[in-house]
Design a protein around this ligand. Structure first.
Ligand code: ZN
Length: 349
């Protein structure tokens, strides 16, 4: 169906092409901002159509709301079209209510509240969420897709749910966290996670051949279900290091299965960025560079990304972001560490 709006847009484009000296605006690619919320998570995606997706909202602190708004301004977006909460911990959903007071939000998505009270889900945060969303959010399941607007003539963009509520793509509801799987690579299960982390919504964003994965704080056993007997995520370009780089996440089987080109750790100065995870990433044959939002001030230089790939060096920081820009044809992408002047370009797989 042709809408009045699309007719107007088409008309404007025809006008621009018809007037000598006025070129049609150049097409935009895809952008991803890792916003520094100091050990929480807030990842802003802006699609070629200018649609915005915010995955997680940081802590319930004005600092984080300010930083999300700053990144949105930098990206040229004034509202959040899709807001996904990966799970119910305060470092992911805490900033939602204050953000919703400042920015218009189109749709909310989550994995649903577990039945009854859970000791790790703050009642205040839960009621603030229900109030902000007017109890009208979409509960995501593995296999769902968050529909994004397409720009004719540019590569397709898609956002797919790979895991939610502990269930991975293709699995029946109620399946256990651990699935026996004897295929390589071998896996040592750990005791089931009793926190909300294993229920994290995990997303794969694709733009043409470019793939990015954000699994929230998903933990070890469910990660393995994504990798064995085969990768349900395929091979990706960019891996947001799960759970801020904690070592009860980032199962080596998953990191090997997704074989990313770069990894970005959304750690804080004293949270996440575990030496064992940094070492695992550095030793992964596919990974060219590991980026960090923060230097882990409790470990050594050898346990951290080099300063030019680290957005914030000290505990007292300006909250610098890391930005990734995929070119409009989805052939390459550039990663910029703001405040450091670092820009590196990688080919899309
Ligand atoms: Zn977290």
């Amino acid at each position: 169906m042709t809408t009045r709006r699309s007719m107007l847009v088409a008309g404007a484009a025809a006008f621009l092409m018809a007037v000598p000296g006025l070129a049609a605006p150049s097409p935009k690619g895809l952008e991803i901002y890792w916003i520094d919320v100091e050990g929480g998570a807030a990842t802003l995606i802006v699609t070629p159509a200018g649609e915005s997706v915010l995955v997680d909202t940081g802590w319930p602190l004005p600092r984080d709301t300010d930083r999300i708004q700053q990144a949105a301004r930098e990206a040229g977006v004034s509202r959040i079209d899709h807001l996904v909460v990966t799970h119910w911990h305060g470092d992911h959903v805490g900033g939602l209510a204050p953000l919703a007071q400042r920015m218009q939000v189109g749709h909310y998505y989550d994995h649903g509240f577990p039945a009854g009270d859970a000791s790790d889900i703050d009642r205040v945060v839960k009621s603030a969420y229900l109030e902000a969303t007017h109890s009208a959010s979409t509960v995501l399941h593995a296999g769902d897709e968050i529909h994004l607007r397409q720009v004719p003539g540019t590569p397709p963009v898609s956002l797919r749910v790979i895991t939610a509520d502990g269930i991975v793509l293709g699995e029946a509801a109620g399946s256990p966290q651990t699935r026996p799987c004897t295929a390589r690579p071998a896996h040592a299960a750990i005791p089931d996670d009793t926190s909300d982390n294993f229920r994290s919504v995990g997303l794969r964003l694709s733009y043409g051949g470019f793939d990015f994965v954000d699994l929230g704080d998903l933990t070890w056993n469910v990660e393995h279900k994504l990798a064995c007997p085969k990768s349900l995520l395929g091979v990706v370009d960019v891996y947001q290091v799960t759970h801020h780089g904690n070592s009860d996440s980032n199962n080596p089987a998953l990191v090997a299965a997704v074989a990313p080109t770069i990894a970005v750790i959304d750690n804080g100065p004293k949270k996440g960025g575990a030496p064992a995870v940094y070492k695992l990433l550095r030793q992964a044959p596919s990974i060219k560079d590991v980026y960090q939002l923060h230097r882990n001030v409790t470990t050594t230089a050898a346990d951290n990304a080099p300063p030019e790939l680290t957005a914030n060096d000290d505990e007292a920081c300006k909250g610098e972001w890391i930005r990734l820009r995929v070119d409009p044809a989805a052939k390459s992408y550039e990663v910029e560490v703001h405040g450091k002047g670092t820009k590196r370009t990688y080919a899309v797989k």
